[in-house]
Design a protein around this ligand. Structure first.
Ligand code: URA
Length: 241
């Protein structure tokens, strides 16, 4: 593929901007400057540099973000900064073939005050699969509740509680107290404010909420709030329901 086309596909701007970056000497491949916008490279396993920053060529991108509190999972946030401001511009600008949207999208949303594991990708099929209720990908949350959680509340969360938008009870797939006094709740659905509403339905209240795991994929402990990393093929396998 031509280097100009490679940069364009990876979100570095319009074809004209990409040609400019190349001609002005900002682009390297294997440590060598490339100034011919039409130079061809094999994309498989390609790493290239733009302005001194190295990037892997990726047909689709998959990443995890440690979402900080006081951020919104919307491109047009109303009260707090958008999580998308935490990502480098190429990830926000990647063109989608035939798609109306641009760049990566969050796989489901977390509330502004919820922290922890958020996946982002530009693979629409992956988003659909992960969000489909048929796939039942378990999501694990650490809940800090206002009042001590008793056995009766745990039993009710496991048996199922009725929320106001659906007569069918929703139940936690797992619910246990952790050593630090929090509650670990596993859900296989993703209803609006589901954890907060389930905890409220048993007479308690969520003070803080953190997502620590999706499927068999844990939030990396070395990822500080606001930091992100690429997902490996092993990570993607761990997300298979
Ligand atoms: N349930 C909630 O109530 N909020 C979240 O952010 C995620 C799950």
């Amino acid at each position: 593929m031509q280097i100009q086309e490679i940069l364009f596909s990876q979100g570095f701007g319009t074809r004209r901007i990409c040609a400019g970056l190349i001609q002005q000497g900002h682009v390297t491949v294997a440590g060598h400057g490339v100034t011919d916008a039409a130079a061809e490279f094999e994309t498989q396993g390609l790493r290239f540099g733009v302005g001194g920053v190295e990037w892997p060529y990726q047909e689709k991108v998959y990443l995890m973000l440690n979402k900080p509190a006081a951020t919104e999972c919307s491109r047009k946030p109303s009260a707090y900064p958008s999580i998308y401001t935490l990502l480098p511009a190429p990830l926000r600008q990647r063109p989608q073939k035939g798609g109306a949207t641009q760049g990566v999208q969050a796989v489901g949303r977390l509330d502004q005050d919820t922290t922890g594991l958020l996946l982002l990708t530009d693979d629409g099929q992956f988003i659909h699969r992960m969000n489909s209720p048929r796939h039942h990908v378990p999501k694990v949350y650490q809940v800090t509740a206002r009042h001590p959680v008793d056995e009766k509340q745990i039993a009710r969360l496991l048996e199922g509680v009725v929320l106001d938008d659906d007569p069918r009870p929703v139940r936690a797939a797992g619910c246990e107290r952790t050593a630090d006094g929090r509650l670990q709740l596993t859900l296989t659905e993703g209803k609006y404010h589901q954890v907060k509403r389930m905890i409220a339905a048993v007479g308690n209240r969520v003070e803080a909420l953190h997502r620590s795991r999706i499927g068999r994929l844990n939030l990396s402990p070395d990822l500080l709030p606001g930091q992100w990393r690429w997902l490996s093929t092993g990570d993607l396998t761990a997300l298979d329901a």
